[in-house]
Design a protein around this ligand. Structure first.
Ligand code: NAP
Ligand code: MG
Length: 501
């Protein structure tokens, strides 16, 4: 159902209550009282303020999480009852989906059309999926000899620290919180400080759904303070992270310095979208190449930021992609006519523009875009930008921009396509467009990436895992495999000997 323009107009003007931490079931200010302005990328104006936590706030939240875990109020609740609470939360998210989506868009700038589906839509789906799953998963009995029995069971790990980014805060947080809670853990969540608001709202709904106090805690504030405090805390058992490789490395260090907590990293990508001349539907490949890089202004971890096109169709294909990109409407993310919303922050925009300069200096050809637009709105908007003639040694081919910038390269044959595809330190996603079934399977086998699309890009659902190879990370979000991150495996070896031999 389409959201009415009047609903959007009302929600976008709604005053936003200042954000506090949720610790042990209570909304609290930081121990030292500090707060920070929240700026909207739509117009550069102040939306509200949020609490900026410190070490003490993190410690209070971790203690509350530990107490709730040890109390068994959630960890020992029957799976069927945990299911009821989590599916009730899914229903509440659905009920408030427009409010959640608009609040999130005012905070992070994603075009509303996409945010509605990707944010509350995915979050509700995750809570429902893991809630439904939790009373359907069994342990195992090992094939031992007659005199023994080996029971293999799963237990919750304990206290999970979840650190998430700003690009899809609700979706990514739900990919972590939902399986962690379903498995019986307690959680301390640290949102990105530039996109905390919809997650505070989610926490409110979680309380309403009946998550016991202390089981879900949220501490807002900066990565370098709140994130680090969570990372080095001796009583956090697991860190589940989505973000950049730079911060991912820090988390591994925090774990090494402290209690060897498990660290699961979902990092960035420089994903190749590979189009062979025998693609079954060239027009679909064009439209998908455009959407695959420009949605959410390129701020998508799996964005198809490298377009590799077979030489024989290269110029013709590229022209179509350029003309499609030039037709995209960039603007106010809450306007129904908008295709692409705002870049998340001024810093991110400057970073994108710096990559335009570097790519040009390195000899890539700027075919369209490259500039900031709508500056008078006060917001952060950038034209969809396309570079052709990109060589694999250029920074634009190797480094994640995390902006609306597409790097296009041609290849001659399958072998070269594979070499180009695998020529970065990342291995998150890829796509292959071909009508040749055997070629598609060869590419699936030889491309080093956690997610390979064939004749499509994006849109994989909760039933399949998402995780990176190489420097795109370790561990998986989504699917039943995600439960591995939040459970311990325990073996019980039992003697059946009756003492007669
Ligand atoms: P980021 O800078 O790594 O930040 C991610 C989170 O880490 C934020 O909550 C941030 O807090 C926190 N953080 C920053 N410094 C920290 C520190 N020293 N210790 C602990 N935590 C710290 O990444 P981002 O720029 O927000 O997000 C973009 C990146 O995420 C891209 O690389 C993208 O590819 C990746 N990503 C990956 C996936 C995936 O599933 N693989 C999905 C989406 C995004 P503050 O921001 O509040 O300071
Ligand atoms: Mg923000």
């Amino acid at each position: 159902m389409m959201t009415k323009a009047t609903t959007l107009a009302k929600l976008r003007e709604r005053p936003v209550t200042p954000g506090q931490h949720l610790i042990d079931g209570a909304w609290t200010d930081s121990v030292d009282g500090s707060t920070k302005e929240v700026i909207s990328p739509i117009d550069g104006k102040v939306l509200t303020r949020i609490a900026t936590g410190g070490e003490k706030d993190v410690d209070l939240a971790v203690r509350a999480a530990r107490r709730s875990f040890e109390s068994g109020a959630w960890s020992l609740m029957s799976p069927a009852n945990r299911k009821n609470v989590l599916t009730r939360l899914a229903d509440l998210i659905d009920l408030h989906k427009e409010e959640l989506a608009v609040l999130g868009v005012r905070d992070n700038g994603t075009e509303f059309k996409m945010a509605l589906k990707a944010e509350p839509g995915s979050a509700a789906g995750s809570f429902r999926y893991y809630g439904e799953a939790v009373d359907k998963i069994y342990g195992q009995i090992a094939p031992t000899a007659e005199e023994s029995i080996g029971l293999i069971s799963r237990e919750p790990v304990g206290v999970v620290g979840a650190i998430v980014p700003w690009n899809f805060p609700l979706m990514i947080a739900a990919w972590k919180i939902a399986p962690a809670l379903a498995a019986g853990n307690s959680v301390v969540l640290k949102p990105a400080q530039s996109a905390s608001l919809s997650l505070l709202q989610l926490a409110r709904l979680a309380m309403e759904a009946g998550i016991p106090k202390g089981v879900l805690n949220v501490v807002t504030g900066s990565g370098s303070v709140v994130g680090e405090a969570l990372g080095v805390h001796p009583d956090v058992d697991v860190l589940a992270f989505t973000g950049s490789g730079v911060v991912g490395r820090r988390l591994l260090n925090y774990a090494a310095q402290s209690n060897l907590k498990r660290v699961h990293l979902e990092l960035g990508g420089k994903s190749p979208n590979i189009v062979f001349a025998d693609a079954p539907d060239i027009e679909a490949a064009v439209a998908t190449a455009i959407n695959g890089i420009f949605r959410n202004s390129g701020q998508v971890c799996t964005a198809g930021s490298r377009l590799l096109v077979q030489e024989t169709i290269y110029e013709e294909f590229l022209e179509k992609v350029i003309s499609g990109a030039e037709q995209l409407v960039v603007g106010d993310p809450l306007d129904a006519a908008t295709d692409i919303g705002a870049v998340h922050t001024l810093d991110q925009l400057k970073n994108n523009l710096a990559y335009v300069e570097t790519a040009t200096a390195e000899g890539a050809v700027l075919r369209t875009g490259g500039k900031r637009i709508h500056e008078s709105s006060g917001g952060y908007y950038m034209e969809p930008t396309i570079f052709s003639g990109v060589r694999p040694d250029m920074r634009i081919a190797q480094e994640e921009v995390f902006g609306p910038v597409l790097a296009v390269t041609s290849f001659t044959d399958e072998q070269e396509a594979i070499e180009l595809a695998n020529s970065t330190s990342y291995g998150l996603a890829a796509a292959v467009w071909t009508g040749d079934l055997s070629r598609a399977h060869r590419m699936i086998r030889r491309i080093k990436a956690g997610l390979i699309h064939v004749n499509c890009y994006g849109g994989s659902d909760i039933t399949v895992p998402l995780g990176g190879m190489k420097q795109s990370g370790s561990g998986h979000d989504k699917s039943l495999l995600a439960l591995d991150k939040y459970t311990e495996i325990k073996t019980a070896w039992i003697s059946l000997n009756d003492g007669t031999n």
